[in-house]
Design a protein around this ligand. Structure first.
Ligand code: NDP
Length: 255
């Protein structure tokens, strides 16, 4: 029970990677607050978390809305009795298409969720963590933020910015004993990616062809890395962006 007594908030925990992360913390004894855009999905994950005999609450809030985020963090501190770990996982993609066909409204929407959301949630959580002089923030970035991914202008840029935000906050918050790290998932077959596979915009065989370990990552693979970075075993790791991609990013030459 590595996280017994710890209080964890996971944004975008209603489905996919966020759900796996919330459940992995619950399995390790943490109290969890599950945020999502819709109450139904947040509650579904919270209900599954309670099966591990831990406290789990569901919170519907948009990470794009600073007032909703502040109320969410206040509620977590009140109902769980504190906040030790924030996982900034909520994120959306954009239609995959050439620059001139993209809409600037999509750019704004993606930036608001992926980048502004990570910023405002970190700010609200840091206020509490600074007071208690301890905390862990784990941002879910993407391999898209490490490479030039064609047709994904806003998404890739937002994730690259999250990686830099991770470094800035790691340095700034270190004096309060707060670690800030990121996990960069490779392709994971969640709803977000399944849509693109259906549309023929992401081809599983092509992804696997470039992947040295020859397999996709699962939501649980991302959860394992997230829990490690949030654990005391990682107490001297801060400011890193850890790819969990079966080697996709480092593969510079493949035939
Ligand atoms: P999903 O689309 O499966 O799930 C996204 C979750 O985020 C949902 O629970 C959704 O809520 C929630 N959400 C969306 N917008 C908001 C918002 N404004 N406020 C609060 N919650 C919100 O995504 P994934 O699990 O695939 O992705 C999770 C993270 O991992 C994202 O940051 C994504 O960019 C990143 N990632 C994913 C990869 C992949 O291959 N899947 C690869 C690299 C990075 P609701 O359930 O209510 O709709």
């Amino acid at each position: 029970m590595r996280f017994a007594g710890k209080k964890v908030l996971v944004t975008g925990g209603g489905r996919g990677i966020g759900q796996a992360i919330a459940l992995a913390f619950a399995r390790e004894g943490a109290s969890v607050a599950v945020n999502a855009a819709h109450m139904a999905t947040a509650e579904e994950t919270a209900a599954q978390a309670r099966e591990f005999k831990v406290k789990a609450i569901a919170i519907e809030a948009s990470v794009t809305d600073e007032e909703q985020v502040k109320s969410m963090v206040d509620r977590v501190v009140r109902d769980l009795g504190g906040l030790d770990v924030l996982v900034n996982n909520a994120g959306i993609s954009q239609p995959i298409m050439p620059l001139l066909e993209q809409s600037t409204a999509d750019w704004d929407r993606v930036m608001a969720t992926n980048l502004r959301g990570t910023y405002v949630c970190s700010k609200a959580a840091a206020k509490w963590m600074i007071e208690q002089k301890a905390g862990k923030i784990v941002n879910i970035s993407s391999i898209a933020g490490l490479t030039g991914q064609i047709y994904r202008t806003a998404y890739a840029t937002s994730k690259a910015a999250v990686i830099n935000l991770t470094m800035v906050l790691a340095v700034e918050l270190a004096k309060y004993n707060i670690n800030v790290n990121a996990v960069a998932p490779g392709y994971v077959l969640t709803d977000l990616v399944k849509n693109f596979v259906k549309q023929g915009k992401v081809k599983e065989e092509a992804v696997l062809h470039r992947t040295p370990l020859g397999r996709m990552s699962t939501p649980e693979d991302i959860a394992f890395a997230t829990l490690f970075l949030a654990s005391e075993e990682a107490r001297n790791i801060t400011g890193v962006n850890l790819p969990v991609d079966a080697g996709w990013t480092v593969n510079g030459w493949y035939m």
